[in-house]
Design a protein around this ligand. Structure first.
Ligand code: GAF
Length: 446
């Protein structure tokens, strides 16, 4: 389903559910992480990019301080009074959008009530960050509607806070950053300690390649406790090594000093994946897309053997893809379900056939394949619709150019936090092929 079609559907449903026109429709993409898994909450590096599919929110302000939220993907309606809202006050799917409004108000932003309709063309539980896409779409919608001029890095931090505190998942900053800061034709090198982000050209098609996403069909949920357990293990490993975080360890061999073998393996994955992120960014900076293949392969092995978060379908899909000619393949996201990415020749037919055959051999239902062009980050895609019936929204297609991230029309009040002013630390000499980024100089609301 195209982005246009999803936006039109959400606006049309807004009309029937809320009895009026939305003031606009906002879109936030899902993400694929090229490399650097479970490194973000260890203050390390990640290299995700924004997808061409994601979540749309049709929204309008309300005269009261209530959120009235509906979703085409979830049953029921959530009506949430904003005054007095606290973590634990909303549970289930509505905790994501309500949590964003709560976090924005907690930060002192002038956010009031809103009617929202959420729609999506992103598979849920596929490891492509559908939850972060909801948070980010709601965040830019509320910021825009209420004229809150917030740097996107700060919106990402607020969306993450919603997930950490209202939903209760101790996730890192990667998914929200990719959704809000992504650029077409680029991956985003993110230093999760300093917050610095650097767009890195990523154009597999120009290199005669493609990045194939295999939705393995196994569903994952960050809320099931295993993600939180991995995070706790990483923190324990850092304590064992006497460092603030595993980012501060640059030589993977140093993790052998940890007495507990499980913690040592967890740390080995994180430290080595940090090295792989920086090597990957260096390769992309030099135009060597094919060079990513071995790094993807090694990252999967590390996630399978050291971090122990891959799942049977991911291992089978990655191995079948590589046997059929993929330059490298690996699981993506939090783990225990979701998707695999494979760097494949432009004609991926042989890889698709091999993965399907491997699945059939296991007696599993066939996987789903998605193309993954690196795409633009979150943006407003339909302007005010006042006085136009929902059916006429199709006429607004011209305004929906997915390639150019439109300004979201911030109108008043600039808000800053010290986080935007943090400085990065020097790159580690022990990690191969260091990439010297030239980070974004200004953090502005694009
Ligand atoms: C999930 C989390 F939300 C991210 O912050 C990140 O930790 C990822 O899992 C693993 O790399 O998507």
């Amino acid at each position: 389903m195209s982005l246009t079609a999803v936006a039109v559907r959400a606006a049309g449903r807004f009309f029937s559910w809320h009895g009026g026109q939305p003031e606009g429709v906002w879109h936030a993409p899902g993400r694929v992480n090229l490399i650097g898994e479970h490194t973000d909450y260890n203050s390390g590096w990640v290299l995700p990019f924004a997808l061409d599919r994601g979540v749309v929110v049709a929204a309008a302000r309300r005269g009261d301080d209530m959120l009235d939220i509906r979703s085409l993907q979830s049953e029921g309606r959530a009506v949430v009074p904003l005054p007095g809202l606290r973590p634990g006050g909303v549970t289930g799917w509505a905790a994501y959008p309500a949590g964003v409004a709560w976090a924005m108000r907690e930060a002192g932003l002038p956010v009031g009530g809103a009617s929202l309709v959420i729609d999506s063309d992103l598979p849920q539980g596929a490891g492509l960050s559908s939850s972060a896409a909801i948070e980010c779409a709601v965040a830019i919608a509320l910021a825009d509607l209420y004229g809150a001029d917030v740097p996107r890095t700060e919106l990402a931090a607020l969306a993450r806070r919603a997930e950490n505190e209202m939903v209760g998942v101790p996730s890192g900053i990667m998914d929200q950053s990719a959704s809000l800061l992504g650029e077409a034709g680029h991956a985003l090198l993110l230093d999760c300690r300093s917050g610095e982000s650097t767009p890195v050209p990523f154009d597999p098609v120009a290199a005669g390649l493609a990045l194939l996403v295999v939705d393995t069909g196994a569903r994952h949920a960050l809320t099931d406790g295993r993600y939180a357990q991995r995070r706790a293990e990483c923190e324990a490993a850092a304590r064992a090594l006497g460092v603030p975080s595993l980012r501060d360890v640059t030589d993977p061999a140093r993790t052998a000093a940890i007495g507990d073998p499980v913690l040592a393996r967890r740390a080995h994955h994180v430290v080595s994946d940090n090295c792989r992120v920086r090597a990957a960014a260096g390769l992309l900076g030099a135009g060597d897309v094919a060079g990513l293949g071995p790094l993807l392969h090694d990252s999967h092995a590390s996630l399978r053997d050291d971090f122990e978060i891959s799942w049977p379908q991911a291992d089978v899909a990655a191995e079948a893809a590589e046997r059929a000619g993929a330059l490298g393949a690996r699981m993506v996201g939090g783990g225990f379900g979701g998707s695999v990415i494979a760097l494949v020749p432009a004609d991926a037919a042989a890889v698709r056939a091999a993965v399907r055959a491997a699945y059939a051999g296991q007696g599993w239902a066939p996987p789903t394949f998605l193309d993954a062009p690196p795409s633009a980050g979150a943006r407003r895609i339909l302007l005010a619709l006042t006085h136009r019936p929902a059916q006429d929204i199709l006429a607004a297609r011209a305004a929906m150019d997915g390639r150019t991230a439109a300004r979201t029309g911030a109108r008043s009040g600039t808000w800053q936090s010290p986080r935007t002013r943090r400085r990065s630390r020097a790159n580690s000499p022990s990690c191969g092929a260091p990439f010297t980024p030239s980070p974004r100089s200004g953090l502005s609301f694009r």
